[in-house]
Design a protein around this ligand. Structure first.
Ligand code: SF4
Length: 377
């Protein structure tokens, strides 16, 4: 059965980080109230697509932990009122360590949140300053320890492959991470995005990014180091057994998701057709759409949706099951790949083909984007 998720984008942060190109705006302590727009948008989707069954809700950003818990509670209540939310639905909120204390964490728990994704990024204060984070390593550890009082399911985000970062420094981060008794890790290589302060430092020659081959070495070391402690289940994600992110797995499995909030996107199947939604990146335009009752929906061809599912599915360590792929997309997996190039990737052992599934090999995982470009017809 198709799974459905709801993503809510909260676009404000205390300040902008030096590497960030997400749709996020610095607001300091003056957190704007978007509640009425969120509630109305949730309602508009329910009117259009009916009372869908929801298995996960995710508050992302930006910094949704800037929201008062009462606002989170109002949004969660609205979703429960209008949709058939699973009793054990996963409800995640992204947290910046500088924005919460014990009382606020308890408030999020009481609002229905049952999973936290904490943006730690590093335990090295010099690295945190370089990244432009508003917290230091002590704030991060205190946040994790407080969160553990109310939440069992805690994920932490880290960034590695920073300019000048040695393997030893990253090893120290990894050692500390694994001692913290959290259940899930998302580990991302630093991508130097155009127009960010870090990009400008690279462009002016003040810093040098690390080489591709060194970044690959760090990635391989990470997978090796975490192998027994946090098995990898997706290209950048690691979890203790049973704590894999259900929300993200729904994206990677080609499930449906409703995107609420400025810049949020969605994929929705109405029983006959696939739709894509892409909200404006400008807050006033998004608000105007909501005021006018407009949902930015466009039809998405079966083939395009199937291609997206191939791209997402190969990110997972256990890859794509052919029968599920056909069931969710309506398209046969082998109808969208170039058979000769696909076979070539299998022969080179970048892809592992089994009777009922396809997945990337360990060496294929480091070349995933190129493999996907190669095999799609
Ligand atoms: S906290 Fe996250 S969303 Fe906000 S500026 Fe930093 S990286 Fe971007």
């Amino acid at each position: 059965m198709r799974k459905n998720s709801i993503y809510i984008h909260f676009p404000y942060c205390l300040k902008k980080c030096n590497y960030c190109d997400f749709v996020s705006f610095p607001c300091g302590q003056n957190v704007p109230n978007l509640l009425q727009y969120y509630l109305k948008e949730i309602e508009l989707y329910q009117q259009k697509f009916g009372r869908k069954k929801i298995s996960s809700i995710y508050f992302g950003g930006g910094t949704p932990s800037l929201l008062p818990p009462e606002i989170v509670m109002r949004i969660v209540e609205k979703i429960f009122n209008l949709y058939d939310v699973d009793d054990d639905a996963e409800i995640t909120l992204e947290v910046n360590p500088k924005t919460v204390d014990d009382k606020k964490l308890l408030g999020f728990y009481e609002a229905g949140v049952n999973r936290l994704s904490i943006g730690v990024q590093s335990f090295d204060d010099a690295e945190l300053r370089f990244l432009g984070r508003v917290h230091n390593s002590v704030d991060a550890v205190e946040c994790i320890e407080s969160a553990k009082k109310y939440f069992e399911n805690i994920s932490c985000d880290f960034i590695y492959a920073l300019p000048n970062q040695s393997l030893e420094k990253w090893q120290k981060n990894l050692e500390k991470i694994t001692k913290l008794d959290v259940k899930h890790l998302s580990l991302y290589e630093l991508i130097i995005e155009p127009k960010t302060p870090i990009f400008n430092l690279v462009k002016s020659g003040k810093i040098n990014p690390i080489s591709e081959s060194f970044a690959k070495k760090m990635y391989e070391y990470t997978n090796h180091f975490l192998r027994d402690k946090f098995p990898q289940y997706e290209i950048s994600n690691y979890a203790k057994k049973g704590f894999e992110s259900r929300h993200n797995l729904n994206y990677w499995n080609g499930g449906d998701y409703i995107g609420i909030g400025v810049s949020a996107s969605g994929r929705i199947f109405d029983g006959a057709r696939h739709f894509i939604s892409e909200n404006p990146r400008n807050i006033d335009e998004w608000k105007k759409n909501i005021d006018d009752g407009i949902l930015p929906l466009k039809p998405l061809s079966k083939k395009k949706r199937a291609e997206e599912m191939l791209i997402m599915g190969l990110r997972k360590n256990n890859g794509i099951k052919f029968n599920e792929f056909k069931q969710n997309s309506g398209v046969d997996f082998f109808d969208i790949v170039d058979m000769q190039r696909f076979q070539n990737m299998v022969e080179k052992k970048f892809l592992i083909l089994c009777e009922s599934s396809i997945r990337t090999s360990v060496k294929g995982r480091t070349l995933l984007d190129a493999i996907i470009r190669e095999i799609i017809k």
